[in-house]
Ligand binder design. Sequence first.
Ligand SMILES: [Zn+2]
Ligand SMILES: [Zn+2]
Length: 144
Amino acid sequence: MRIYIKDIGPDGLELKKSILEKDLGLEKLPGIVLNAPIEIQGFVQKKGDTVVLDLTFKGFFSFECSRCLDEVERIIEKDFSLEYQINRSMLFIDIIEDVRQEVFLSFPEKVLCQDSCRGICPQCGINLNIEKCQCHKNSFQVQE
Ligand SMILES: [Zn+2]
Ligand SMILES: [Zn+2]
């Protein structure tokens, strides 16, 4: 994702871009799917030999519930700023690596489909939000 320095005028530059899943390398993250291109919006300014970007990204993701592995859809929105030192010989800056970092850092550590998610039975694998299983009963019987 290149921003050409000549495009940053004295009044700055409005930035609006989309990022696709393949640009983020999201296929490397199990359990996370990008449902639509991530929208990046913001403003770029040149201050001396520094380029300052104030940006927001918005992405529509699917995560796996940490307990039952069901799909959980979430919209994540985050403001962030980036700064780059430039010199006369530079034609552009490439922000994709830093944007990728910001997106990855915004992912919640744990996602639950609902606070009261009952998860999956470790014995029979049934989703306990949908069905009840007999495992607990059976293990009781074995103990008796
Ligand atoms: Zn769940
Ligand atoms: Zn069970």
